[in-house]
Design a protein around this ligand. Structure first.
Ligand code: NAD
Length: 377
């Protein structure tokens, strides 16, 4: 099969879907690999390195080339116009943002494409090495803490100096999924005292094993807990109780890292204006859920808002700020997913396989997982 790695066109995107190492791997599996010129540049992989490992370098968007491609590797879905350049039956793989994306469904259908959306990989142990959401969330959690530390008007660690002792920073992490747990670990390494809130009871032990303190969710009915490893959407009554509970914590916090999400839904609003009013000037909130509506009031994607001295950082694309490792890990996720699909020099999608079935949103233009495409925010 012919693989093509696209030059990402989304604004601010610095990642690439294949590193030179994974290109080598795909070649060894019997594929032909082409990469659009400049695709790896922002991630630190120059064209010549791809050429040296055996990839063909092609002009970005070349229609003839797209028309011959069997498998397109991408970070974001190509534009609808670009999708039309692919031949019917071709497959695309990437973080395709399928939730409520009826335009994508229409484009896949009309171009008769197959598509695997990494967001929908089932969270089973066999899928872990292919889990791009996790590899990227890990980076986001790490970088969020570094941003907060850089913006904070205090030290993170406790320090005993000749001029006296300073107390460690108090960090509150909302949501203890992949990003949240990495944020906890990073903040602990910097010496902060860390508190964590999550609705899934399973994470309490993980939080405590990292040396952080778990804030038990409010004891009211309709506690959301989880399904398939993800949190369920919380009721408004539950969120209100949770905000009340968090309000005192936040009044004492130096840093809040917001990572709480529910797949395909609006992020839970955990920090209100009233809660921000109680935070001290100089404190920092980093909101990783900002693109999904935000865990915190007033955060804006890609912006830092100063609200009475509290810095609100809307951190929308942190993996792009660590492009080399983000790309290297993402690329390996794709190899893990595709190696079984590319067996014996053929591209074959076994839709009986739980992994493929889970993330295949279109099969030769036949739309699957309609519920995902039609999901309301
Ligand atoms: P996510 O990004 O969907 O959500 C982040 C966190 O926010 C979750 O822990 C969720 O419980 C929490 N949350 C939701 N609503 C909240 C609220 N109102 N208040 C506080 N927290 C709230 O989740 P994720 O990081 O993608 O991972 C979810 C889980 O899946 C993790 O426990 C992870 O360990 C597990 N996982 C399993 C596999 C696998 O087995 N293959 C792979 C990756 C992750």
């Amino acid at each position: 099969p012919r693989l093509l790695i696209q030059l990402e066109s989304a604004m601010g995107e610095t990642r690439v879907a294949a590193s030179p190492d994974t290109v080598k791997k795909f070649l060894s599996l019997g594929s032909k690999v082409a990469i659009e010129r400049g695709a790896g540049l922002a991630a630190g992989f120059v064209d010549a390195v791809y050429g040296n490992v055996g990839a063909e370098l092609v002009t970005p968007g070349d229609e003839q080339f797209w028309g011959q491609t069997d498998l397109l590797l991408c970070v974001h879905a190509p534009s609808e116009i670009s999708l039309q350049k692919l031949r019917p039956g071709a497959t695309i793989v990437g973080l395709l943002a399928p939730y409520s994306n009826s335009a994508l469904a229409a484009a896949l259908k009309s171009a008769k494409l197959s598509a695997m959306a990494l967001e929908l990989l089932p969270r089973i142990s066999r899928a872990q090495s292919a889990d791009a959401l996790s590899s990227q969330a890990n980076i986001a959690g790490y970088k969020a803490v570094l941003l907060a530390a850089a913006a904070l008007d205090r030290y993170f660690p406790m320090l005993m100096t000749a001029a006296g002792t300073v107390q460690p920073a108090r960090v509150v992490v909302l949501g203890a999924g992949v990003a949240g747990l990495q944020a906890v670990a990073t903040a602990k390494r910097l010496g902060a005292v860390v508190y964590v809130s999550d609705v899934r009871s399973a994470v309490k032990e993980q939080v405590e094993s990292l040396g952080a303190r778990f804030i038990d969710p409010p004891e009211i009915e309709q506690r959301p807990d989880e399904s398939g490893g993800y949190a369920k959407q919380a009721s408004e009554a539950f969120l209100a109780a949770q905000r009340e509970q968090l309000s005192n914590q936040l009044a004492q916090a130096d840093v809040v890292i917001c990572t709480a999400q529910v797949p395909g839904r609006k992020a839970p609003r955990l920090i209100s204006d009233l809660m921000l009013d109680r935070m001290r000037p100089g404190a920092v909130v980093v909101d990783l859920a900002v693109e999904q509506g935000g865990n915190c009031a007033n955060t804006r994607p890609g912006e830092t808002v100063d609200r009475n001295g509290v810095k609100l950082i809307g951190a929308s694309d942190l993996p792009c700020s660590v492009p080399n490792h983000a790309s290297a890990l993402y690329s390996r996720n794709l190899v893990a997913l595709l190696e079984p699909v590319l067996k014996d020099g053929q591209l074959s999608l076994n839709i009986e396989d739980e992994l493929i079935a889970g993330c295949l949103i279109s099969h030769n233009g036949e739309i699957r997982h309609n519920n995902v495409f039609n999901m309301g925010g």
